[in-house]
Ligand binder design. Structure first.
Ligand SMILES: C=C1C[C@]23C[C@@]1(O)CC[C@H]2[C@@]12CC[C@H](O)[C@@](C)(C(=O)O1)[C@H]2[C@@H]3C(=O)O
Ligand SMILES: O=C(O)CCC(=O)C(=O)O
Ligand SMILES: [Fe+2]
Length: 324
């Protein structure tokens, strides 16, 4: 599967560079959704890494492949055609520029909102659009299944205490398709700089091209071996808060490769804008205090969009944080 790379037409010499590392990590927890112990492994993985891989998820490979094929067709189309679907303010096609505050990466992408189903993106075909919607529904279901298993294991009340935030019709969830063309100046460019995802949970699926790295508790960066038939789950900042820091919002990044294109599709499960993001009362032990000041998802997003990709966004809401 080849995606044609586009020439670099702007000077992005100031792009963030990543310290090269090829520390392939073989200890990523694997959650088999058919295993009765899945929920225990999920909770352990969320505490230790904020990251795990899901197998036996029930999403057929052909279902994933048909969306990937449409995405490849889109990214292979001429640049002026793709630009018709941009800029990503807030949704649409973006090239190298990530977010509103000067971050750049060796990546082009499509960013979709998943609650405004009527949103029309010029340049995106009907079939592409319908595959996106079906794929997003499947990802929402998968995210909810994982969150329900989490709630069961933590014994924090009704099974849907977390998943209902994503099932809510006002859930503020996003979907993103990233294309990382082969990078001619290997290691000179970062594909997608290091960051944590602000939402509750993210589901990453990529082709068989490496590049994704996660940061371990001690700050070591390790490479995630790609697996096109599995999904990778990230704990986001909001889930860290909802669990009062028991779960870890995983810092991650993507390094650009020199030979192969990486295509990734990520579902970001977020709550409704008005939802208070505060530790679940049912998780708190007697006398335990919240580590965070109270905020809504709207407050958090507003603040997050003023930050750079690598900033510690959650830090601003920690009780120990002091303003200068
Ligand atoms: C630099 C930025 C891009 C981002 C918005 C932000 O200001 C900080 C968070 C970034 C992030 C990371 C996860 C997702 O890819 C994303 C869509 C999100 O919700 O938060 C991106 C934002 C973006 O690309 O617009
Ligand atoms: O492309 C990837 O594999 C991950 C990208 C990512 O972390 C993001 O879009 O937030
Ligand atoms: Fe991310």
């Amino acid at each position: 599967m080849v995606v044609v790379s586009q020439p670099v037409d702007e000077n992005f010499a100031h792009i963030r560079t990543c310290k090269p590392t090829s520390n392939i990590f073989t200890e990523i927890p694997v959650v088999d959704l058919l295993d009765p112990d899945a929920k225990t492994i999920i909770v352990e993985a969320c505490k230790e890494f904020g990251f795990f891989k899901v197998i036996n998820h029930g999403v057929p490979l052909e279902f994933i492949a048909r969306l990937e094929d449409e995405a490849i067709k889109f990214f292979n189309s001429p640049q002026p055609e793709k630009e018709k679907s941009g800029p990503p303010n807030p949704f649409g096609y973006g090239d190298k520029k990530i977010g509103p505050n000067g971050d750049v990466g060796w990546v082009e992408y499509l960013l979709f909102s998943t609650n405004s189903r009527k949103l029309i993106l010029p340049g995106v075909s009907e079939s592409f659009w319908s595959f996106v919607n079906e794929y997003v529904s499947a990802m929402r279901n998968l995210a909810c299944e994982v969150l329900e298993k989490t709630a069961e294991e933590l014994q924090i009340g009704p099974r849907d205490i977390l998943s209902k935030l994503l099932r809510d019709e006002k859930s503020d969830s996003y979907f993103r398709i990233n294309h990382y063309p082969p990078c001619p100046e290997l290691q000179a460019w970062s594909g997608f700089g290091d960051h944590t995802d602000p939402q509750i949970i993210s589901i990453v699926r990529s082709n068989n091209t490496s590049g994704l790295q996660i940061s371990l508790k001690d700050g070591t960066w390790v490479s995630v071996p790609p697996d096109h038939s599995s999904f990778f789950i990230n704990v986001g900042d909001s889930l860290q808060v909802l669990t009062n820091g028991r779960f870890r919002s995983v810092r991650h990044r993507v390094l650009a490769g020199s030979l192969n294109s990486r295509i990734s599709m990520i579902f970001f499960g977020g709550p409704p804008l008005t939802e208070k993001i505060t530790p679940l009362s049912s998780i708190m032990e007697q006398g335990e205090e919240s580590l965070y000041n109270e905020f809504t998802w709207y407050d958090y997003k507003k603040s997050a969009y003023k930050t750079r990709l690598s900033d510690n966004r959650l830090g601003l809401f920690e009780k120990s944080f002091t303003h200068n």
